[in-house]
Design a protein. Sequence first.
Length: 369
Amino acid sequence: MKYDKDERVVFTLDAGGTNYVFTAIKGCKKIGEQITLPSEGDNLDKSIANIKRGFSELAKASGAKPSAISFAFPGPADYQNGVIFNIGNVPAFAGGVALGDILSEEFGVPVFINNDGDLFVYGEAMGGALPFVNELMEKKGNPKRYKNLFGITLGTGLGGGFVIDGTLYTGDNSNAAEVWLMKNKFSPDSFAEEGACIRAVQKSYAKRIGLEDYKKYSPKDIEDIALGKMEGDADAAKAAYAEMGEALGDVLAEITRISDCPIVIGGGLSYGHKLFMDSLIKEMRGTLINGEKKIFPKLVQKIYNLEDCGQADAFATGGVKEVKVYGSSKTVFATEEKRIGICVSKLGTSNAVAIGAYAFALNELDKLA
């Protein structure tokens, strides 16, 4: 990891609709105790006051002076300019609040704000999924290395983030990788999040067992039912997760056509990956037809589930061919079979977001040095 021995300290914030959780990070590790304060999301004065108070208390608790403040905050927002337009979890910010400038003036350090999907994938690219993928290649003696990573957060919503060769891609409008608004395979007039999130699994299970209140069972309950750890309709529970996996697989197929890189899945639902990964991979490996009914693979790339040991070994073995340069004794390695690996978070989602915030801040500071 690029910054795992860095001595600089960055203050981070996990901003939710109920609480703000403040953490000091040094060398990609938490230092001192976290500070938790209510978000006061309906009152702008109280909300900003608690953000300032949280970072001030963090300085006292950690005994450190930060080099920067870096955190995720719900959008919509102009993240590059530090302006929040949130009308969801913290509605007090609706209309536009220059939070970056407020905190920079208060604490005298640079302030960086992104969304959680972006920082999740950045953390996984720095010290989680991307190193994991390349270590698989190295152990098998495969010369190919992957440089890019797409991340999905699968929880109350469907989030995304994209890292290109070590750089977080946020787009010209701070709105890249908004995957939740992609098409929903099972309801084309709706959006992807409705088919790939916590409530999708809950609604699918409730419908299958004839239950009106879909919130009665949590995704963890449904997972436990599917695994036989809790009483309930195991077949319906398995089918609910499989349906969600199919819907997500359709989304990831579209993403793969553009990004052409490994994908990491995080968020609370990722813990149930054994229940949905097979249907996800099957969907991505599906086919399409042209006007003459000729069958084509849905993707040029071959898809591998890296949580399956056999598929992970196959992914890292071969796929690269040594080609002799005509008229020379030289040889070059070339990608013969295009491959994409799908895995779950290697850091844990919240930890990946914190590490992503830390690494992003230090990378931006280094650009200014």
